[in-house]
Design a protein around this ligand. Structure first.
Ligand code: HEM
Length: 189
């Protein structure tokens, strides 16, 4: 991507422009069926001039920095102010969310969750994202493995790179949530 002119942001993405770029930080997770845990995360939103925001997230364990959950997908704002999000997980699960954008707050609820025969039973999720004092904060609630909808994750991420969100994502190994950003390369290399 180096040397290529940045595409103009599609007008439909203006309401989500506050998400563009790479974010790093830490989160906490839990569920009634497991012990609470902390994790590191890097999330990148970028665009390629089309009316869709590309999204990639990866997380790592805080104790030994080995990879934990990851997900990827597409955020598609609609003319009526609603938002469609399609996400895929390496755990055999795919989600379709519908939601709303209100200022710098995004609220999502699953319309559909589908899973492979080997995946854990996940039936619905909600997600709340918001910009708070320049940080990206989110909370994810989940209904799974026979449990009602309740918190699984929350995190606070700081912007670390590429505020234009132009097609770049870190491919570095897991790092710390202290602004160390590592080597940047296109996400498909
Ligand atoms: C930041 C993202 C996430 C992190 C760091 C994370 C981390 C974890 C960890 C550490 C566990 C317990 C150990 C394990 O079973 O691997 C777990 C369990 C689980 N997670 Fe997540 N997770 C994330 C996102 C998600 C999402 C998006 C879903 C659903 C689509 C999900 C569904 C589950 C389920 C179903 C379990 C197992 C519950 C059980 O069987 O007791 N997780 N997660």
């Amino acid at each position: 991507m180096d040397g290529m002119p940045a595409p103009d942001l599609h007008p439909s993405l203006v309401p989500l422009a506050f998400l563009l770029g790479s974010w790093r930080g830490e989160g906490v997770g839990g569920y009634p069926t497991m012990a609470d845990f902390g994790y590191g995360e890097e999330t990148t939103f970028w665009h390629e001039g089309k009316p869709v925001l590309h999204y990639r997230q990866r997380t790592w364990r805080l104790d030994d920095l080995t990879p934990s959950h990851a997900e990827a997908g597409y955020w598609r704002p609609q003319p009526d102010g609603s938002l469609e999000v399609v996400l895929a997980h390496p755990t055999g699960i795919a989600e379709i969310y519908v939601g709303t954008i209100e200022g710098t707050r995004v609220s999502l609820a699953t319309d559909v969750v589908v899973r492979t025969s080997s995946a854990k039973e996940v039936t619905s999720l909600t997600r709340l994202y918001g910009l708070v004092e320049g940080n990206l904060m989110y909370a994810v609630d989940m209904a799974a493995v026979g449990q009602r909808l309740q918190p699984h994750l929350s995190a606070t991420l700081k912007r670390v790179a590429d505020p234009t969100g132009h097609g770049l994502a870190s491919q570095a190994g897991p790092g710390r949530a202290d602004g160390e950003v590592g080597h940047y390369a296109p996400p498909n290399t």
